[in-house]
Ligand binder design. Structure first.
Ligand SMILES: NC(=O)c1ccc[n+]([C@@H]2O[C@H](COP(=O)([O-])OP(=O)(O)OC[C@H]3O[C@@H](n4cnc5c(N)ncnc54)[C@H](OP(=O)(O)O)[C@@H]3O)[C@@H](O)[C@H]2O)c1
Length: 203
């Protein structure tokens, strides 16, 4: 969608390999992609923390000096496999997003993308049919994150209020994954009853 993206990793080499792989997979998309270590990626204007949930706060803390004043999006879901099920865990502070906010108090944390399936999100030549609940204690962070979501064809950002909503949003992922497993499908989240014109407007 025309944004310059830096993919971070604990290994800059690994990030560069992933960028090369994506660029060769989507040659016609003219992707503006660059790999870096996590500090290099954290130097971007807007940062998405996309590690496993139990590494999100520590990863953000490890690059905290780069995140001061920035919008940082947490997308992690704290889930544990119990038998056949993925069950929601309650992380420290109540949600992963709140744990990330506590780890980097100088950053403006928003939470988003929890219910977007990775396979569809990675299929960049097709729209992703999903609503995205966005919450933050910082109005500017919520708006910037909703704008980012709105750039991705098919995704609709919905204002879910303050970061206190993150616990329920993250935990609901376990419900969605369980429904998908039982119905052998890949359902995403779509809320009905919001006027189309209002759904299109971020913030
Ligand atoms: N998969 C989905 O459909 C989906 C949907 C919505 C939200 N999410 C959430 O998005 C996040 C990422 O999901 P994913 O499936 O992409 O996860 P993943 O493949 O397991 O991890 C993403 C990257 O995090 C880094 N990483 C792994 N362990 C780490 C550690 N201990 N410390 C620091 N970095 C570590 C790795 O990069 P390097 O080794 O290169 O550093 C890895 O490639 C998760 O929190 C998940 O809950 C996933």
């Amino acid at each position: 969608v025309g944004q310059q993206v830096v993919i971070g990793s604990r290994s800059a080499e690994r990030a560069a390999e992933v960028c090369a792989e994506l660029t060769s997979r989507w040659p016609e998309a003219s992707l503006s992609l660059r790999g870096a270590d996590n500090a290099g990626a954290a130097a971007c204007d807007l940062v998405v923390v996309a590690t496993p949930w139990d590494a999100a706060a520590s990863t953000a803390a490890s690059v905290a000096e780069h995140l001061v004043g920035k919008v940082v999006v947490s997308m992690a879901n704290a889930l544990a496999k119990v038998g056949d099920e993925l069950q929601a865990l309650v992380p420290a502070r109540g949600s992963v997003a709140q744990a990330v906010q506590a780890a980097v108090p100088g950053a403006r944390i928003a939470a988003a993308f929890h219910h977007v399936p990775a396979r569809e999100l990675g299929q960049i030549d097709a729209p992703v049919d999903c609503d995205v609940l966005v919450c933050s204690d910082d109005d500017q962070a919520r708006r910037a994150t909703m704008e980012l979501v709105g750039m991705i064809p098919g995704l609709v950002a919905l204002d879910a209020g303050t970061l206190s909503a993150a616990a329920a949003i993250e935990a609901f992922t376990a419900v969605l994954l369980g429904v998908n497993r039982r119905y052998k499908t890949r359902a995403t989240l779509r809320l009905v009853g919001i006027e189309e014109s209002r759904r299109a407007v971020a913030g």
